[in-house]
Structure formats: structure tokens, C-alpha cells
Design a binder for this molecule. Structure first.
Ligand code: HEM
Length: 427
């Protein structure tokens, strides 16, 4: 720690760069020094206080009054003038949804929109997810090599999300482009040239969300979560506001699938890199639910989230001024040995694996967490049953979209010898 009058920012805090290749490759490892020496620090370049230990990250998530979620969807890098002009042309105005709404509005809204996430509705989706997964696996099981992201991990979560929302399954390719643009626009650090391109895609996404909403408004009996939200808007316009509907339509299309795509990719990569664990799972599928939790803990698809201090406060004895912006790094918290014994180790028998913070914590905790868990479980069940002999291809580099929140390889190529497929021996 610096002495009185000296610069209060340590050299390591100053050097912290969440867009560096080292951090993107392994955020938990890149923040090990912080967990051990300076668990709450300020980085002037980013303008954020970074929180890295389990107990502190959880405490910030838990107190959504002192630590408001209002900046959760704010752009990390302010847009250039040209990008702003582009967004204005599309009348882009992303506002409060659920994830960035303060109390008491948040809880009132969450309560009236909760029903569709309850276990009964989830069970009804299981068959559909299983069917979609089987179809996709059928298409490549005899090929011997496939990119799992392209072949199933992006399309199934997107299909399931659109079905859940009641949004027509059209323009899937455009939605993929829009989701990447939304991620880069919100959590990335686009170059000045990229900014305009990204802003244009985000603007088109905003327009698309508005058009879909207009179409859905014309079907008063439509099924799905967004139809429910539209009806709630008519019944309780102060709770489920009109502005909410448009913003949520855009945010949920991304939140409802991209996170699950990346989590599934991370999980398969992790399991196939630990052959003994993979083989155990192939022999005993009952291990899969806890393996899913352990994958979400060790390699979650959301690595950090944001909060804003609403008053002068402190975290772990460090004074935090009002209006401070916080980057709470759940990926680091999830590796913290103070909470998870041998935190860097994959242990599918771990009894507290589900205590990870990948879905956040407290009153904003992810409403779709059980959907994501269900999809991941089914993917692993089907792949481990039909392709237990698959391996990660050696001739691949794993690339990650540079951004502060979402993490997962853009491709995951696996290989196997189709002659050894179990279903050939036992058709
Ligand atoms: C909120 C992660 C999948 C819907 C959140 C938050 C995180 C998160 C970190 C913020 C939590 C907080 O502030 O405490 C994830 C991850 C997923 C996933 C890692 C997949 C592995 C989904 C899916 C859906 C969904 C599939 C919808 C079908 C939501 C909603 C919220 C939310 C509606 C806002 C809740 C609120 O603020 O009250 N999610 N999510 N998520 N998520 Fe997810």
C-alpha cells in the first residue's frame, strides 16, 4: 500500500487490463494477485473499482440498494460521435429492463414476469430441447469432425429462447450478428472504425426488436414470455412499462441464448480437456448435473458484472465513494480458495459447486438459470452417450470475443472415428 500523499493506485492495479490477451484467456488466473494482495482496487484507465474475492463479490450482488445495477448495460467505452449519430438515426434508446432496474420497480416487475420461469414450464421444454439436440447430433454423428458451436451450440439455445419468448423463428443469421454487435457495443472496446459498424448493427437490432414487438401486439392470445409481458403492459402499464418492452425484447434475445451457447462451449472444452472426468461422465450420466455446476463455476460464460455505488460505502475495508463504478469479477470469485477448496481444480464431486456466482446472486439472480442448466445437461447427456470417444481437435486455436462480460471460445472443433461410434456396434 502506498504511504500518505503517494499515488494510492498500486502498480498492478494500474496495469490491470481486462481487454489484454492474458486476461481474456484466463480472467481468474490474471486476477490471482488481486485475490491474494489487493482484493478491491481502482483502475484509472477503465474508471472502475475491481472486486475479486468470493465473499466481496457476493456481498455486492446481495446489496442492490447500496450497489445499484443501473450500469449493468451501460457501454464500457463511450461511443464516438459518428457512432452516436448512427444510433440516433435508428432512434436507439435502450433503457431499463430487469437486470439494470432499481428497487422498488425491479421487484414489482420481476414478480409479475416470474411465472414462465417456474419448474412446470421448464419441464415442458425438456422434450423439445432433447429433440432438437438429437436432430443436430444425427446430422454430424457420422462425419468424424465438427465445430460444436456452429453445429449445435448457438442454434439450439437461440431456438429455445425464441420459443420461450414467443418470438417468431426468423432471421436466425441476423440475430447472431446482432447479438455479437450488442455484446461488443455494451461490453467491448471497439476501435473507432469498428464503432460505426457495430452501431449500425445495434441500430438494426433495435429496429428489429420494435418490429417484432409490433407484430406480437397484434396477436393478443400469443403464447410465450414476451406475449405475457405485452399483456402485463396493458394491465399494469406502470409496472411493465412500454419502454421496458422494447428494451427487454432486445436484451433478452441476447441474454436468453448467447450466455448458454458460451457456457455449453466452455463446458465441453473443459470436460474434453480432462479425459478422466469425461470418461467417468460417459460411464455414469448421473454425474452430469453436478458436472454442469462445476463447469459453470470453473469456466462460466459470464465472467464479470457491474454495479454503481449509490452512497459512500466500503468493501472489505476499502473506502468506495458514491457514484463509483464497480466491476465485480465472478470468474475470479469462483476460483477463490477461501470459498472453494482447491478452487482452480475441476472436481465434479464438489459439494458446493452450485454456490458459484456465474448467475449473479440475490434479487437480480438470473431468472433463466434453470433453462441454461437444463440445456447444458441435455447437450452433455446426448454427446457423452453418442460420442464418448470424441476429442478436441489439436489443430485449433481458441479465440474469444474481446469484452468484459461474456466469455467462451468462438469455435470448438472435435474429432472422432465414426467406425467406433457406439451406435454402430449396438444399432
Ligand atoms: C440476469 C447470467 C441464461 C434471463 C442474469 C445475470 C447474470 C446472468 C450474471 C445478472 C444477475 C445479477 O445481477 O445478480 C446468465 C448465464 C446464463 C444465463 C451465465 C447461461 C449460462 C439466461 C437465460 C435466460 C436468462 C437462458 C432466459 C431465458 C435472465 C433475466 C435476468 C438475468 C431475465 C434478469 C433478472 C433480474 O434482474 O431480476 N443472467 N444467464 N438468462 N438473466 Fe441470465
Amino acid at each position: 500500500r502506498a504511504g500518505a500523499g503517494a499515488c494510492p493506485v498500486s502498480a498492478q492495479a494500474q496495469a490491470f487490463d481486462p481487454f489484454s490477451a492474458e486476461y481474456l484467456a484466463n480472467p481468474a488466473e490474471a486476477l490471482k494477485w488481486s485475490r491474494d494482495q489487493e482484493p478491491v482496487f481502482y483502475n484509472p484507465e477503465l474508471g472502475y473499482w475491481v472486486v475479486s474475492r468470493y465473499e466481496d463479490v457476493k456481498a455486492v450482488f446481495r446489496d442492490n440498494v447500496t450497489f445499484s445495477p443501473s450500469i449493468a448495460l451501460e457501454r464500457v467505452v463511450p461511443p464516438s460521435e459518428e457512432a452516436m449519430e448512427t444510433l440516433k438515426r435508428y432512434k436507439y434508446q435502450l433503457n431499463r429492463t430487469l437486470v439494470n432496474e432499481d428497487e422498488p420497480a425491479h421487484m414489482e416487475r420481476r414478480r409479475v414476469l416470474m411465472e414462465h420461469f417456474l419448474p412446470g414450464n421448464l419441464a415442458a421444454k425438456e422434450e423439445m430441447i432433447r429433440e432438437l439436440t438429437r436432430e443436430k447430433v444425427d446430422a454430424f454423428v457420422d462425419s468424424g469432425r465438427v465445430d460444436l458451436v456452429e453445429a449445435m451450440f448457438w442454434e439450439i439455445p437461440l431456438t429455445v429462447a425464441l420459443h420461450f419468448l414467443g418470438v417468431p423463428k426468423e432471421d436466425m443469421g441476423a440475430l447472431k450478428e446482432f447479438s455479437v454487435a450488442h455484446t461488443v457495443n455494451t461490453w467491448g472496446k471497439p476501435s473507432p472504425e469498428q464503432q460505426v459498424k457495430v452501431a449500425d448493427a445495434v441500430g438494426r437490432f433495435w429496429q428489429y426488436a420494435g418490429q417484432v414487438l409490433d407484430k406480437m401486439r397484434k396477436q393478443p392470445d400469443g403464447t410465450g414470455w414476451m406475449h405475457h409481458a405485452i399483456r402485463m403492459n396493458a394491465e399494469m402499464p406502470d409496472v411493465v412499462t412500454g419502454s421496458y418492452l422494447h428494451s427487454m425484447m432486445m436484451a433478452i434475445i441476447v441474454a436468453g441464448h448467447e450466455t448458454t451457447t458460451l457456457a455449453s462451449t466452455n463446458a465441453l472444452k473443459l470436460l474434453l480437456s480432462n479425459r478422466v472426468v469425461w470418461e467417468r461422465i460417459c460411464k455414469d450420466p448421473e454425474l452430469i448435473p453436478n458436472a454442469v455446476e462445476e463447469c459453470l463455476r470453473l469456466e462460466g460464460s459470464v465472467v464479470a458484472w457491474r454495479r454503481r455505488a449509490t452512497c459512500d460505502t466500503e468493501i472489505a475495508g476499502v473506502a468506495i465513494p458514491a457514484e463509483a463504478k464497480l466491476l465485480i469479477v465472478s470468474a475470479s470469485a469462483n476460483h477463490d480458495y477461501r470459498h472453494f477448496e482447491n478452487g482452480d481444480l475441476l472436481d465434479i464431486y464438489r459439494d458446493n459447486a452450485a454456490e458459484h456466482l456465474t448467475f449473479g446472486y440475490g434479487s437480480h439472480q438470473c431468472m433463466g438459470k434453470n433453462f441454461a442448466r437444463l440445456e447444458m445437461r441435455i447437450f452433455i447427456e446426448e454427446l457423452s452417450r453418442r460420442l464418448p470417444h470424441m476429442r478436441l481437435a489439436e489443430d485449433q486455436d481458441f479465440t474469444y470475443l474481446p469484452n468484459l462480460a461474456f466469455r467462451g471460445p468462438e469455435k470448438l472443433i472435435v474429432e472422432w472415428d465414426p467406425a467406433d461410434n457406439p451406435e454402430r456396434a449396438d444399432p
